[in-house]
Structure formats: C-alpha cells, structure tokens
Design a protein around this ligand. Structure first.
Ligand code: SAM
Length: 191
C-alpha cells in the first residue's frame, strides 16, 4: 500500500516526540543581523513542522502563522508553545503545499523556510511578503548526496545557485552554499 505524504510526515513527527526544539543557528544569526532592529510583526513559518522556529519568533513578540501538512507536527508545536513564554502568538494551519499553493499577498514582514523545498512556491513566497519584508531560507542542495543523511530525491534538493536566482528580484543580503560536511544553501533577502 502506498503511504501518502501526510501519513508519512505524521509518522515521522510522532517518532520525534523528544527531538530538540532549538532553532537552526542560521535563523538566530540571520535574525540578529538583519531583522532584530525592526519591531516584531507578522511572520510565516512555511512547512514549520513541530514549530521550533515559529516558537522562537513568537517568544520575541512575532505573530506567526505556522503551516504544515502534518497535524501531528502542528499539535506538537501547540503543546510546546504552551510551555514557553510567548509574547506574540502562533496560529497553525494544516495545508498541503503541493495542492494549496496560495500564501496570500503582501501579508508578512518575515517568511522563514527551513529544510523544505517546493520550487513551484517561489513566486508565492515572494508575493506573500510585504515590501521591505525579509525571507530567511535554508535547505539542502544536490551536494547533500555526497553525505549519508538528508533527502535523496532531486525534487527536494536545490541546484547550485538555484535559491540565489529564484529570489534575485529581491535584494539578496546573504547567500552561502556549504559543501563540506553538509550540502545546504542559505539565503536572506529583502523585498
Ligand atoms: C524536514 S521537516 C522541517 C520542519 C521545520 N521547517 C524545521 O526546520 O524544523 C519538513 C516539514 O515539511 C512538512 N511537509 C512535507 N511535505 C509537505 C507539504 N506537501 N505541505 C506542507 N508541509 C509539508 C513536513 O510535515 C515537515 O514538518
């Protein structure tokens, strides 16, 4: 029997009940350098799973929309948020981004995407940002195939410079590809 994407991710999130909720260090450094001087606003955490980034932002006063295909992941995020001191807010939405690609127009001051790739969403991501809003994006590249973990399917792996070109109509403040130990690309761009 073929297992659909939602079931697969629900299972993965169920198995990760005790995983770390620390944010990716790139979010912390990117935020400190480029975003922290602005007052907290409205943010989108795309495919944010158990919410480690949404929670980190909400602890800093942001009002975060957390979307993901997995209800299990989003329930974990809600539970975890209840144990933290949230000064902003988090709303969760179950959304299959393969079929429901609308992210709204000029709604967000900040969009964060970590370890998720759906190329067809690039235009929607740009559109969802307010003018002056920031995009912080980090995910795997084809170079990850040289290592033993991470996605194997090229559909989920960026080509060299792909993220840079995808958001070149915005002001790219930082772009970096790592090829040692991990194959990842990092981007910070302002609309
Ligand atoms: C590797 S996890 C990353 C989660 C989170 N961004 C983080 O860094 O902690 C990938 C996430 O993408 C979600 N996902 C996978 N396919 C999706 C889809 N079609 N629509 C929405 N979310 C999806 C999964 O449920 C999972 O939470």
């Amino acid at each position: 029997m073929e297992i659909n994407e939602k079931t697969r991710w629900d299972r993965k999130h169920s198995e990760r009940l005790h995983s770390s909720f620390d944010p990716n260090t790139f979010l912390v450094t990117a935020y400190d350098e480029f975003v922290s001087s602005k007052p907290p606003g409205v943010a989108l955490d795309l495919a944010g799973g158990a919410g480690r980034h949404a929670i980190w932002l909400a602890e800093r006063g942001w009002h975060v929309k957390l979307v993901d295909i997995s209800e299990v992941g989003l329930r974990q995020a809600e539970e975890n948020a209840r144990q933290r001191t949230i000064t902003g807010s988090i709303v969760t939405k179950v959304q299959d981004l393969n079929t429901e690609k609308d992210l709204g127009r000029e709604q967000y001051d900040l969009v964060v995407v970590f370890s998720f790739l759906q190329r067809e969403l690039f235009p929607a991501l740009r559109m969802s940002l307010k003018p002056g809003g920031h995009l912080i994006y980090k995910t795997y590249t084809m170079d990850q195939l040289n290592f033993n973990s991470g996605p194997r399917n090229p559909v989920f792996l960026l080509q060299p410079n792909e993220l840079l070109h995808a958001f070149s109509s915005m002001r790219v403040l930082h772009y970096h590809e790592t090829i040692h130990e991990k194959g990842v690309a990092e981007l910070i761009a302002r609309k």
